[in-house]
Design a protein around this ligand. Structure first.
Ligand SMILES: [Zn+2]
Ligand SMILES: [Zn+2]
Ligand SMILES: [Zn+2]
Length: 294
């Protein structure tokens, strides 16, 4: 399977509109972007692809990245940056099945699937399919499993994608704190590629009204407030999951400029091929690491 990171930013993206912070300036200088979250997964054998989350930047992403339009989509949760791009399906698709979890969220009184169905009921070419978390389904020849994560107050899911032919495995943390339940960790474990929410470095937790949480033995917060992992938390989760390659996503422009483009923080357009031999990086994005020789 071929995995393309279409959107690697948080809800405002980098550069953020109207922002002239050093990190947004640096992104403009380097010609890189972190648009709102979305991942494209192509089953090259079947020539079919799945879109994980519907970014408000959908149009820009498909105009700038060399990937086919998806044959199906998955919605992890109902926040704007993951769902509101679905309106782009209008007049673009003959049909688009959208998969989402069927558990009722006490916060909204609806499951993610029900919210998507209600909000987009005017799109008659979109069909919403209920998915039971922890039960694998087959989509475009790949095996998908939604796993509950921790993103209060809303219910949210991470995702496991396995190619049954090659055994290649992609895991996505979804938007989550470090407090991912063990039943979900079990499914996410041993991925070839892991995409982990790492909104800011732990050092910025003192800027959050709630501070940090889920501190490690050295007192470093692994969650920023209660909803997202810190960089340190995401790397600790990657370690616990025994990830082969990890890319940090859903990152904010609050990373200091000299840290914002360091490895393993992802930028839009990164591409990976996962097969029986492991992970191969496909793209040649202008990453700072590429020029590092010492
Ligand atoms: Zn900025
Ligand atoms: Zn969210
Ligand atoms: Zn988000």
């Amino acid at each position: 399977m071929r995995v393309t990171l279409l959107g690697t930013g948080d809800t405002t993206g980098t550069p953020t509109v109207g922002c002239d912070c050093a990190t947004c300036d640096r992104a403009r200088e380097r010609g890189v972007e972190r648009s709102r979250f979305s991942v494209h997964i192509e089953n090259e054998r079947a020539e079919e692809s799945i879109l994980i989350d519907l970014s408000p930047d959908f149009r820009h992403q498909f105009l700038t990245q060399d990937v086919p339009l998806p044959d199906a989509a998955v919605v992890t949760h109902i926040h704007f940056d993951h769902l509101d791009g679905l309106g782009n399906a209008y007049r673009i698709f003959d049909s688009l099945p959208v998969y989402a979890a069927n558990e009722v969220d006490p916060e909204t009184g609806e499951s993610v699937a029900e919210t998507v169905r209600r909000k987009y009921d005017y799109l008659d070419r979109v069909s919403v399919h209920d998915v039971t978390p922890l039960e694998p389904i087959e989509v475009c020849g790949l095996e998908l499993t939604l796993v509950r994560v921790d993103h209060p107050p809303l219910i949210c899911y991470g995702l496991v994608v396995v190619d049954p032919e090659t055994g290649a495995k992609l895991s996505l943390s979804g938007d989550t704190s470090y407090d991912v339940p063990e039943s979900s960790r079990e499914r996410l474990r041993d991925p070839d590629l892991f995409l982990a929410d790492a909104i800011v470095p732990a050092a910025l937790c003192d800027r959050h009204p709630l501070g940090g949480s889920h501190h490690d033995a050295d007192g470093v917060p692994r969650s920023f407030g209660t909803k997202h992992m810190t960089r340190e938390g995401a790397l600790a989760l990657a370690d616990d999951l025994n990830a082969d390659v990890t890319r940090l996503v859903h990152t904010a422009h609050y990373y200091p400029a000299d840290e914002a483009f360091e490895e393993p923080l992802a930028v839009d357009g990164e591409g990976y091929r996962l097969d029986e031999t492991g992970v191969i990086r496909l793209d040649t994005t202008p990453a700072e690491s590429a020029s590092t020789t010492d």
